[in-house]
Design a protein around this ligand. Structure first.
Ligand code: 1CP
Length: 361
């Protein structure tokens, strides 16, 4: 009864699976690299597509989403693609309206204000129906990639999505969302549970449609205290991991999962214990310190995106210094967060080439 699952035998064989091997801790002959927000406004061809179409129009039209997903792949020797979408499609699936307001970013006209507002959501939504367009974009993109590189699917994490649903958009403090954790903890947990269920279904459906790796974005992890993180973020991240892994294994899939927590340095050890194959680090974390703790998982990251403003030789040196700290195995090179719109695409090439030319034994 799943309308968007496809038989993976329709997909072309892989020519480059470096990132999957690195994720599973197998030896690689070259370091894989991709860039968070690699399809985005720093690319002139992306700005051209966005001048013609509204953001969510691109996301909801498989041909357009596929086209912009492939833009960075056609331009750079990246080792992975990530499906063009947004973490806020999950709140949309639950029944909330989200608009992309130019100059302001994603905006919810009617954010959740009080616990009774939870009754307006659709907790039993079928993601294959509500988000079928994402799965169709994934299947189409996997075909058009012709095995060049693996395709990554993703979702926002429960706490990060809850914070957007209550704040109604970006926020410097997340104080409205955090208020729920102190004043309405049971309602917050009800919503987190709802999100956890939908996110699990959504990640499984993305794999059934063709996604070969999954990343969970806890982008607002940095706003919590350790106690709040352990109560309102950690258990849901653990449940998603276990639920998705179990369901995919039953269906015969072996898919690596990445957990990326932004500003989560105060819970690095806890995040590493969640059991995801890959832990993404932002630029505030010293990779050497994390490596010393344990080596049973792969690390991803973590160049300061602003290093891309450097002249080429300096950028090459910063990239080599970064790899020195991680070591070349069990490692996926990336920035410590998404690339910014005013960055020079030529420097993206410098970064990728510097990773690829790092000498491996
Ligand atoms: O008009 C535009 O083109 C808007 C810019 C943009 C883009 C290119 C937004 C708005 N979203 C996206 C795409 C996007 N978002 C991807 C595409 C795949 C790729 O990486 O190439 C992904 C993975 C996301 C995920 C996403 N959206 C996150 C998690 C990653 C992160 O940055 O921490 C978050 C927090 C969002 C919300 C969001 N969407 C867009 C903006 C500007 C924001 C942040 C808003 C805020 O908090 O102020």
């Amino acid at each position: 009864a799943n309308s968007t699952a496809v038989d993976w035998s329709i997909f072309p064989p892989m020519k480059n699976d470096l990132i999957l091997r690195a994720a599973f801790g197998e030896r690689v002959e070259r370091i894989p690299v991709w860039i968070m927000r690699q399809a985005g406004r720093y690319l002139p061809e992306f700005r051209e597509a966005r001048a013609e179409h509204d953001f969510f129009r691109v996301v909801e039209t498989p041909e357009l989403a596929c086209k912009v997903t492939l833009q960075p792949i056609d331009r750079f020797p990246l080792d992975a693609s990530i499906i063009f979408s947004d973490i806020l499609v999950v709140p949309q699936a639950l029944g909330m309206e989200v608009l992309m307001v130019p100059g302001k970013g994603p905006t919810f006209p009617q954010p959740l204000a009080v616990p009774a507002d939870l009754d307006k959501l659709r907790p039993d939504v079928d993601v294959n129906q509500a988000l079928g367009y994402v799965m169709k974009a994934i299947t189409l993109t996997r075909q058009r990639l012709e095995g060049r590189v693996p395709l990554i699917g993703f979702s926002g994490a429960p706490w990060t999505l809850l914070s957007y649903m209550i704040e109604g958009g970006g926020s410097n403090t997340q104080s409205r969302a955090k208020k729920w954790l102190y004043v309405y903890p049971e309602a917050a947990k009800k919503l987190l549970g709802m999100l956890t269920r939908v996110i699990g279904d959504y990640l499984v459906a993305q794999v059934e449609a063709g996604a070969q790796m999954l990343q969970v974005f806890e982008s607002h992890g940095g706003y919590l205290t350790k106690e709040l993180f352990m109560e309102f973020a950690y258990p849901y991240l653990a449940e998603i991991r276990q639920n998705v892994k179990d369901r995919l294994e039953k269906k015969g899939f072996r898919i690596p999962m990445v957990i990326f927590g932004k500003d989560c340095h105060y819970v690095t050890k806890e995040i590493c214990s969640l059991g995801y194959e890959v832990v993404g680090l932002d630029w505030t974390i010293d990779p050497a310190g994390v490596r010393q703790m344990d080596s049973s998982f792969t690390l991803q990251g973590n160049l300061d995106p602003c290093a891309l403003y450097s002249p080429p030789e300096q950028l090459r040196q910063l990239t080599r210094q970064m790899v020195d700290k991680f070591g070349p195995q069990r490692y996926i090179a990336n920035l410590g967060h998404g690339i910014y719109p005013d960055m020079d695409p030529d420097n993206v090439k410098v970064f990728i080439d510097a990773v690829h030319s790092y000498p491996l034994q």
